[in-house]
Each structure stands twice: as structure tokens, then as C-alpha cells.
Design a protein around this ligand. Structure first.
Ligand SMILES: NC(=O)c1ccc[n+]([C@@H]2O[C@H](COP(=O)([O-])OP(=O)(O)OC[C@H]3O[C@@H](n4cnc5c(N)ncnc54)[C@H](O)[C@@H]3O)[C@@H](O)[C@H]2O)c1
Length: 313
């Protein structure tokens, strides 16, 4: 992919987050110019995945809730990958601020796109637009299963998906939304479903760790998710579709077994109770119609992750 994106300029919001750091690593490796937009200055994920270095990008410290910050950052860009958001606990703790960042912030991204005539946009939705596993008859939801969010975070993601559709109908702004499930790999260090990644890190450095839940999840390797966002931002679509992302639907116990296989360390343990989330949702439209790439094999992904963690410790 070297130089495949030469001449393109990407605005990445939430640049210092897990997915943002991987998106930037892949974009810069492909020769793209990157404007890395984030409210924070925490560089640790970039350093972790780039052998201690920082990528060569234009760093912009800005607040998504301030329209002018986003419009200024989007000057001269050809593509936008919008990842910045507050996660479930932060939205729960401060719903007004959660709505401001996740919903108003997304409106500001679309306003900035409209202002500069950018129509290659990928934005992050989430599996959280769906309800609890018990809300559905199927274990793996069909693509058109109803959205039944049970958290404010999920409600805000529904609003963002629908907001994107309105920008298409009213203003002709194209976009593609993606719904990750459980992202894992280096840099995934925040939130409940980050524990399997923390487990890889502990195994790589031979320290016991307990993941206090069980059940099955759809595990998606952070570099694969990043590549999917880049692919989504480059698609030329008439509309504003949203796709479920697919990875490896395995139990947490199977994930931990794979960790033990590749690291030789078998002191990572799991709980029994599943999280109250759906196990997965049909991602075939993403792979079959939108050209999404097949996921990296699970053990290969865990091995590569363990190597990054081991090198950093
Ligand atoms: N990680 C997952 O498993 C997962 C699953 C489903 C959906 N998603 C979605 O994917 C996107 C990226 O996820 P992630 O794991 O990289 O998130 P993350 O929490 O690691 O990073 C989010 C980034 O957004 C930044 N941010 C927060 N408020 C901001 C503001 N007001 N202005 C500018 N920047 C701000 C933060 O500083 C942070 O660097 C998010 O929209 C998230 O909801 C992630």
C-alpha cells in the first residue's frame, strides 16, 4: 500500500484513540497527509504501536463541540475519518457533555464537510445501536435487526447514523458509517471490552490476569478496523449507508486459549457470565457489497499484538 494514498489529505478526529492511532499509522505508511485532530495530547498509543516514535502528521488540538475548530481543521482535506467520541461510562456520567461530543460533534464534522465540499467521509457508529442479547430471537443479528439502544451512548450513535442520512438527502454529503463490536490489539486499553487486550499484554509479559466476563463476542483486530475505516472513507457511494463490521466470533475462553497458544503463558483466566451485549451482527454486506477485507486470522493477530506489547515492556 506504500504511496497508494499519495496526494490525499485525511482529517482524522479522535486521532489519539485506539482506532485513530492505527488509522494514522496505516495512512502515513500509504503516503497520505494526515491532520490528526484530538482534544487531548496523550500520545501513548502512537508511541506504543510505532516503536516509541510519533507519526509525521499535522497535529491539531481542537474540540469537536466547537464548530469553528472542526471547520478550520478540515481546510484542504480530501477525506474525513471521524472517530472522536465519548464512551459508554463517560456518556452515562455526563449525558449533556456526551451528547455534545457525540452528536453535536458529528453534526460539526458534517458541517465542516459541507463547508469544504468534502464527500468522502467515514464515521464510527457502534454495535451499541442494538439492544441486549435478550431483546432478539437470533444470537447473530440479521443486518436489518431493529436498533434498540439501551445506553445513551447507543442512542447518540443512532442519532449520528440518522444525521448522516439527512446530510445525504438534504445536502448530498456522502458518508459511510461502520459499527465495530469488540476491538482488540495494542492501544485498546480503555473500557470494559478492553480486558482481552489487557490479557494479551499480560501474557506477553508473563503476568497473570483475570478477564471478569465470559460469553462470546465479535473480536475485531484494531489494524483491521483501521483499514476498514480507510476503505470506507475511499468508497464512492450514493447515500449514507452504515455497515456492521465482522471479525472473529469466539468465546472469551477461546480467545484466552489462543493467547496461551501463541505466548506459551497460560495464566490468563476468564469469568463465566456474558456481557449483556449481542454476540454479533451480520456483516456480510460489508464484505460482499462494500469490498471490506477479510479479517486477519485470530492467532496471527494475537501474536502480532503480543510482539508489540513485549517490545514495549
Ligand atoms: N473500541 C471499540 O471497541 C469500539 C467499538 C464500537 C465503536 N467504537 C467507536 O469507534 C470510535 C473510536 O473508538 P476508540 O476505541 O478509538 O475510542 P477512544 O476512546 O480510544 O478514543 C476517542 C478519542 O476521541 C477524543 N475526543 C474525545 N472528546 C473529544 C472532543 N470533544 N474533541 C476532540 N476529540 C475528542 C479522545 O481524546 C480520544 O483520543 C469511537 O467513535 C467509538 O465510539 C469503538
Amino acid at each position: 500500500m506504500a504511496d497508494a494514498l499519495m496526494g490525499d489529505r485525511f482529517l482524522v478526529t479522535g486521532a489519539n484513540g485506539c482506532i485513530g492511532a492505527w488509522v494514522i499509522k496505516l495512512l502515513t505508511a500509504a503516503g497520505a497527509d494526515v491532520v490528526a485532530f484530538d482534544i487531548g495530547t496523550d500520545e501513548h498509543r502512537h508511541r506504543l504501536i510505532n516503536a516509541g516514535e510519533l507519526p509525521a502528521v499535522t497535529w491539531v488540538r481542537g474540540d469537536l463541540t466547537i464548530r469553528d475548530d472542526v471547520v478550520a481543521a478540515a481546510e484542504g482535506v480530501t477525506h474525513i475519518i471521524h472517530l472522536a467520541a465519548l464512551q459508554i461510562p463517560f456518556c452515562r456520567a455526563d449525558p449533556s457533555h456526551g451528547a455534545a461530543v457525540n452528536v453535536v460533534g458529528t453534526a460539526n464534522v458534517f458541517e465542516a464537510a459541507l463547508h469544504h465540499g468534502v464527500s468522502q467521509i467515514a464515521h464510527a457508529s457502534s454495535i451499541a445501536v442494538y439492544g441486549r442479547a435478550s431483546d432478539y430471537a437470533e444470537r447473530i443479528l440479521p443486518y436489518d435487526a431493529p436498533r434498540l439502544p439501551t445506553t445513551l451512548y447507543g442512542v447518540y450513535k443512532v442519532a449520528c447514523e440518522d444525521l448522516a442520512t439527512v446530510y445525504w438527502h438534504e445536502s448530498g454529503v456522502r458518508s459511510v458509517g461502520l459499527r465495530p463490536h469488540t476491538v482488540f490489539g495494542p492501544g485498546r486499553d480503555q473500557g470494559m471490552t478492553s480486558l482481552p487486550s489487557v490479557g494479551i499484554e499480560h501474557a506477553a509479559t508473563h503476568r497473570p490476569f483475570h478477564i471478569d466476563f465470559g460469553g462470546a463476542l465479535d473480536f475485531q483486530y484494531a489494524p483491521d478496523v483501521a483499514a476498514a475505516f480507510i476503505h470506507a472513507a475511499r468508497l464512492v457511494v450514493d447515500g449514507a449507508p452504515t455497515y456492521n463490521l465482522g471479525g472473529h466470533r469466539v468465546t472469551v475462553a477461546e480467545f484466552v486459549e489462543a493467547i496461551a497458544d501463541v505466548t506459551g503463558f497460560d495464566q490468563i483466566t476468564t469469568g463465566v457470565d456474558p456481557l449483556p451485549v449481542v454476540e454479533g451482527a451480520d456483516a456480510s454486506p460489508w464484505f460482499e457489497h462494500a469490498g471490506g477485507a477479510a479479517p486477519t486470522p485470530l492467532r496471527t493477530a494475537i501474536q502480532a499484538s503480543a510482539q508489540v506489547f513485549a517490545a514495549a515492556n
